[in-house]
Write a protein that binds this ligand. Structure first.
Ligand code: C2O
Ligand code: CU
Ligand code: CU
Length: 429
């Protein structure tokens, strides 16, 4: 490999301060800045390389969530970067256009490090996506929205005390979009594409507009859907992404909100699940450019032949563990054969919200609660909600990279749960 052909990203993890409240500044962490990090962008087929320098005084890592890559480049708990050190992963992007993200993943401290501000978007493009007439002018009609909740203590610092039900992790009632309090967006085009990322540690968002207008879901975690699905709500658990396209009328103002979640049971009535929060205000100008459209055909549907599955596994999430075992850095739970199909059954064993994320792969949801998955779970996914009483069946096929010594992770993306042990490791052989 000729390193000179690679696109190189220089990332400095650093501490800083931000003004979020009416009081004093909040101590934060960020990548190349005080809070959050730059949107990274690369195209399928491109070789990319990083210099990730840790300017903090404690070890952390950067994990490329949703990326198909060698396990040693993954940025999980086995690739922590010590203070003052620089980590230099590189790989060739080989997956469809998608909205991915990056965040820290140090063992047992992921929730705290994300809360401090380490996160960013990672957009993958491909020839097919670039040729579509979808909105794709970054910051104009194609807008990343990193949605996070925070609460502040009496000293204007991030409050990381968990709620009454500590098992949920930390939820806050102050929303930040791309690190901004009270955000608005000035709309200049009729169609706007929003890349929504739930970058919260615990809160689930149920996005919709204040006038209940419909919008088009065009992509899920792993990329574009075959065709758009029209809806007026989209629910995202921690770590999930959705790309939506919204149509605006000249001169109007409308709010994107998070509505009470649709998860039922006791959970649905708790703090962080039952409240309605304003996310972002959209203010449309008097003249809107109108030169994009939602194509009839966009991406490809997952088509894993689950009938060919060589192996079935089951995962029960509950009690800070998966299948009764808490995460151990020393234990590799299983090995997967490369280029084979596996079917994984995933069950929520207690009443709390969980979800399920697998590194390295985009998978197909076969069933939710014994039924065909709802439209928003029919595309490629790397993270799925796991609601009480609604087991998932997933089809996965790992390709390309093998490494008997370096594992990938699977875990609940409610970060307190992950940190408490609801995570395991597998190798691809
Ligand atoms: Cu988004 Cu294992 O992480
Ligand atoms: Cu991940
Ligand atoms: Cu969980």
């Amino acid at each position: 490999e000729d390193p000179s052909s690679a696109k190189v990203f220089h990332l400095e993890i650093q501490s800083g301060q931000m003004q979020f409240t009416d009081g004093g500044p909040t101590d934060t962490w960020g990548v190349n800045g005080a809070f959050l990090g730059p949107t990274l962008r690369a195209k399928r087929g491109q070789e990319i390389a990083f210099a990730v320098r840790n300017g903090l005084d404690e070890a952390t890592s950067l994990h490329w969530h949703g990326m198909h890559l060698p396990a040693v480049m993954d940025g999980g708990p086995h690739q922590e970067v010590r203070p003052g050190e620089t980590w230099t992963p590189q790989w060739t992007v080989d997956q469809p256009a998608a909205t991915l993200w990056y965040h820290p993943h140090p063992h047992g401290r992921t929730a705290a490090h994300l809360l401090r501000g380490l996160a960013g978007m990672f957009i993958v493009d491909d020839d097919g996506s670039e040729a579509l007439r979808l909105p794709q002018t970054y910051g104009v009609d194609d807008v990343p929205m990193i949605v996070q909740d925070r609460k502040f203590d009496g000293d204007d610092q991030f409050d990381d005390a968990a709620t009454l039900f500590g098992a949920l992790g930390v939820t806050g009632d102050r929303l930040l979009v791309n690190g901004t309090v009270g955000p608005y967006f000035d709309v200049t085009t009729r169609l706007v594409r929003l890349r929504l990322l739930n970058a919260s540690g615990a809160r689930m968002y149920h996005f919709g507009f204040s006038d209940d207008r419909t919008f088009s879901l065009i992509a899920t975690d792993g990329g574009l859907l075959p065709e758009a699905w029209e809806t007026d709500r989209i629910q995202l658990s921690p770590g999930e992404r959705a790309e939506i396209v919204v149509a605006f009328e000249p001169g109007e103002t409308v709010d994107l909100r998070s509505y009470p979640t649709d998860i039922g049971g006791v959970m649905g009535r708790l703090d962080g699940f039952a409240d309605r929060l304003d996310v972002c205000r959209f203010r449309a100008g008097e003249a809107l450019a109108d030169d994009t459209e939602i194509p009839a055909v966009m991406g490809t549907a997952p088509d894993i032949d689950a009938g060919a599955a060589a192996v079935e596994r089951s995962f029960t999430l509950g009690g800070d563990a998966v299948n009764g075992e808490a995460m151990s850095m020393e234990r590799i739970d299983f090995g997967v054969r490369v280029d084979t199909v596996e079917v994984w059954g995933v069950v929520n064993d207690n009443g709390f919200l969980h979800n399920f994320h697998v590194h390295d792969v985009q998978f197909q949801v076969l069933e939710v609660a014994g039924e065909e998955p709802p439209p928003h779970l029919r595309g490629w996914k790397d993270t799925v909600p796991l609601l009480p009483g609604e087991p998932n069946r997933l089809a996965l096929r790992f390709t390309g990279y093998t490494d008997p010594n370096m594992p990938y992770m699977f875990h609940c993306h409610v970060l307190q749960h992950e940190d408490d042990g609801m995570m395991g490791q597998f190798v691809v052989l």
